[in-house]
Write a protein that binds this ligand. Structure first.
Ligand SMILES: NC(=O)c1ccc[n+]([C@@H]2O[C@H](COP(=O)([O-])OP(=O)(O)OC[C@H]3O[C@@H](n4cnc5c(N)ncnc54)[C@H](O)[C@@H]3O)[C@@H](O)[C@H]2O)c1
Length: 455
């Protein structure tokens, strides 16, 4: 089948490459000409495991194309995906301007029946808004009064489908190719049949598709992210409590995870959730609730707990040195800048809250991340109090302390003896509980982790 995708970011590019990989012919459209030029030259704007090879192969085999030309994208296919950003507005609501602009663009150029698929994460009711915007645009063009002769019975000559995306950055290609579920929200039987055919290659083993109405599909995405964010904030709340009670959250984690109703997945304590999804989606859901007169207290608590958790690394560090003022002039090494491993994404990353607080306190940061350093350079390149090092040990040079923000594999079993020779002070603040406190204590380290006894 043919399809087009508006938006070539994490979701649009991964979706485009994976849909091409199973044999569809895909046009990826983006309003950013630099991004499209780079993609045409084989340079990926983001880093995702396996994505580069996938893009290269599908471009080479003629199934994946890039353009800034909306008309070309619309004419290419019956199915038009919208996978543009939905960043938070000032009041926390999802900013729909890019989604609606893409919808208008599709309407401006369509001349036959289209299935318009909202893949962006959008608040409940957005499919109706998209439909409204398209109808307005078609009305302006006078297209509704003269429907396509090929499909004269179609009124309106399009359907809007909600198909939220559940891929995880860092495992996006694998998640898209082997989805746990495919959510299709539509009340149109025709659109449903088209979407079924499109996703057929992903359902070979068993049908993973769940059909529902558009509003429920839209809420499903927010409910999933809100549940995951709640698990994280819950564990962080327990971890903080464990610190006050001299208990060990890692033992507690094993103890509760053994209950199959709870399970071991996604119950790690840490330094707070970040990224482009959980923070904005929890906020947007709270805002949606407010709009309909419902006080979403749990969501507000999840966000508040997370915001506090993101400050704990700085708090632990400053407490260790005897107050924030004592950090002035100190050199702090940071391992991990991305909001989680296997991505270069630093949006809302805990590392940013930490580094900005350190600079505020007058400290210098020496950082290393296996993948996110170009992104750090892009965001903080002007800041002379940030020095990026090419490997994890080099970043420890004369450091007064090391803080671990991201649990990259290569940080799990470092050479502690080597580390000691490089650092001025044997202090580790570990936001991901990577090491055994008793072992580090025995080796003479001051080791501060999350929800475990301080040593
Ligand atoms: N990143 C994730 O892990 C993830 C996972 C699931 C869902 N989502 C959701 O998917 C959506 C996209 O997220 P993302 O991380 O891919 O965003 P992104 O910021 O990486 O990419 C968005 C892209 O859309 C382009 N764009 C903006 N306006 C456009 C327009 N009118 N026409 C064409 N292109 C346009 C931008 O130039 C940009 O390249 C968001 O709603 C997000 O919440 C993201």
């Amino acid at each position: 089948m043919k399809l087009s995708i508006f938006g070539t970011g994490y979701v649009g590019l991964v979706s485009g490459a994976c849909l091409a990989e199973v044999g569809h012919n895909v046009v990826c459209m983006d309003v950013d000409p630099i991004k499209i030029d780079k993609l045409k030259a084989g340079i990926l704007p983001i880093w995702e495991p396996g994505l580069e090879a996938l893009v290269e192969r599908n471009v080479k085999e003629g199934r994946l194309h890039f353009t800034t030309d909306a008309a070309q994208a619309v004419q290419h296919a019956q199915v038009q995906f919208i996978a543009v950003g939905t960043p938070p507005d000032e009041d926390g609501s999802a900013d729909l301007q890019y989604v609606l602009a893409a919808a208008r663009n599709i309407a401006r150029h369509m001349s036959e029946y289209k299935v318009i698929v909202d893949k962006s994460t959008v608040p409940v009711g957005t499919a109706d808004k998209v439909k409204q915007v398209i109808l307005e645009e078609l009305n302006q063009r006078g297209s509704l009064s003269s429907p396509d002769p090929q499909s004269p019975s179609l009124d309106p000559p399009f359907a809007v489908v909600s198909n939220p995306e559940f891929l995880k950055e860092g495992a996006a290609v694998n998640d898209f190719l082997k989805p746990d579920r495919i959510i299709i929200g539509t009340d149109s039987e025709q659109a449903k049949a088209i979407m079924r055919e499109l996703y057929e290659p992903f359902n070979r083993n068993h049908d993973r598709t769940i059909y529902m109405d558009t509003r429920s599909a839209e809420l499903t995405k927010y409910a999933a992210n809100a549940m995951l964010a709640t698990k994280i904030s819950f564990m962080n709340e327990m971890a903080n409590l464990a610190e006050h009670l001299d208990a060990d959250i890692e033992q507690v984690r094993r103890g509760i995870g053994a209950d199959p109703r709870i399970g071991f997945h996604f119950i790690y304590p840490g330094c707070g959730y970040g990224g482009s999804c959980f923070p904005k989606d929890v906020q947007a859901l709270t805002h949606t609730a407010k709009q309909v007169g419902y006080d979403a207290q749990l969501m507000q608590a999840v966000e508040a707990v997370n915001n506090r958790q993101k400050t704990t690394l700085f708090t632990k560090l400053s407490q260790h040195f005897g107050g924030a003022a004592a950090l002035k002039g100190k050199t702090i090494a940071v391992w991990g800048l991305a909001f989680k491993p296997n991505t270069d994404d630093m949006r809302a990353a805990p590392s940013r809250i930490l580094m900005e607080a350190l600079w505020q306190a007058g400290a210098k940061v020496q950082a290393f991340d296996p993948i996110a350093m170009p992104e750090a350079e892009r965001i903080y390149g002007q800041n002379t109090n940030l020095v990026l090092y090419p490997d994890k040990y080099a970043a420890l040079k004369d450091a007064d302390a090391l803080v671990i923000c991201t649990e990259w594999q290569q940080f799990r079993a470092p050479d502690f003896a080597e580390m000691k020779t490089r650092m001025s002070n044997k202090v580790i603040v570990d936001g991901r509980n990577l090491y055994q406190p008793h072992k580090l204590h025995a080796e003479g380290w001051a080791y501060l982790s999350v929800g475990r006894a301080t040593m």
